[in-house]
Design a binder for this molecule. Structure first.
Ligand code: NCD
Ligand code: ZN
Length: 346
């Protein structure tokens, strides 16, 4: 039995850090284990222009724990008014690594997202030309579509037509939650990858709804049936270079989660590596954890893998805080529902 595992230092290819006091409190939870992260731009107001992303990057750098070499990889929030030249310049000077597409109204702070995809054609064509990836929140917002079907319908109605209309556009399907997402990625050899979260490898929709409603398991895209969780596990642990880690760690304070209209998001930054080692061990795939966390993501983004290493050791149950205390209120850490035994060595 394996008890020690050493891998290249991991990255998180989908992360919410927020701003201000929340940023200050949650940032160390990520920088402890991850060298880089793709930073989501859904602030209030969103980071739309390159000047917004530059200012946000400066605030993140100012909040870094002392001595941290963490590198935030910035993104721009795509709107129907986004200027292709501004995007191209932000990419050329190394500020941004992706543009994020939120269908308007799909999730937290997505009101300024895209409604009419014809209006972003120019930006997408520019991105294809300069090889800048588009990170996609893949859910339709049509109220007539059941929330559990919104990812599958998005692939057919929007993603596939947009990709066909924009040859060469490099797309990352963010936080896929269905076997439909897995199959769509696998059917495409070029210019398509997908991130998978920690929590979608652990929970299915029963965890949210059986035995009382569990707000800390509610996120978007919402967890689906067990068969979908199993498809995500198979994809993540397969070693297939098109699948990589994006935790979608998304802090909301407890009052905002435990509410009559609770916010979507699971906060997994603190214990992600221990959970992933547990999941990969259950799938007899510990030897592929490095590909998922540390190699496939940088390869897709055209960046080198990190040079440092991380060692995980199996032992007594891992102690981690139930909540992170922030200046805005407590944030509950994701509870996988089982004890964790893989410790990240410091
Ligand atoms: C994210 C957030 O809180 O910003 N929430 C979530 O449930 N994942 C937004 C998102 O990525 O959809
Ligand atoms: Zn997210």
């Amino acid at each position: 039995m394996t008890h020690t595992l050493t891998l290249r230092r991991p990255d998180d290819w989908h992360l919410h850090l927020r701003d201000g006091q929340m940023l200050a409190a949650v940032l160390p939870e990520t920088t402890r284990h991850f060298d880089r992260a793709i930073i989501m731009p859904n602030l209030v107001p969103p980071a739309v222009r390159s000047s917004d992303a530059a200012a946000y990057r400066d605030r993140i750098m100012a909040a870094l724990p002392e001595g941290s070499g963490f590198k935030p990889l910035m993104t721009l929030y795509l709107t129907e008014d986004t200027n292709p030249a501004d995007v191209a310049q932000a990419h050329a000077n190394g500020l941004i690594h992706a543009v994020k597409l939120y269908p308007a109204g799909a999730t937290t702070n997505s009101a300024s997202g895209v409604q009419n995809f014809d209006n972003v054609r120019g930006v997408l064509e520019k991105m294809a030309e300069i090889s800048l990836p588009l990170c996609v929140h893949g859910e339709v917002t049509d109220p007539a579509v059941d929330i559990f079907d919104r990812e599958a319908v998005f692939i057919d109605r929007i993603l596939d037509p947009v990709r066909r209309a924009t040859p060469g556009l490099r797309v990352i399907m963010e936080h896929i939650t269905t076997s439909d997402g897995v199959e769509y990625v696998k059917a495409n050899d070029k210019d398509l990858g997908a991130t998978i979260t920690t929590h979608h490898l652990v929970i299915n929709r029963n965890h949210i709804l059986v035995g009382g409603i569990k707000p800390h398991y509610y996120c978007l895209p919402v967890a689906k049936r067990e068969e979908h969780r199993l498809a995500l596990r198979a994809a993540a642990t397969s070693g297939d270079a098109r699948f990589f880690l994006g935790t979608d760690s998304a802090p909301h304070t407890d009052p905002n989660k435990e509410s009559a209209c609770g916010c979507a998001g699971c906060f997994t930054a603190t214990n992600t590596m221990s959970i992933l080692a547990h999941v990969f061990e259950e799938e007899n795939a510990l030897d592929r954890l490095e590909a998922f966390c540390s190699l496939n993501g940088p390869a897709y983004y055209g960046l080198p893998a990190n040079t440092g290493t991380m060692t995980l050791k199996k032992g007594d149950p891992v102690a981690y805080p139930e909540k992170i205390i922030t200046g805005e209120g407590p944030v509950t850490v994701f509870d996988p529902g089982f004890p964790l035994h893989w410790h990240v060595e410091t």
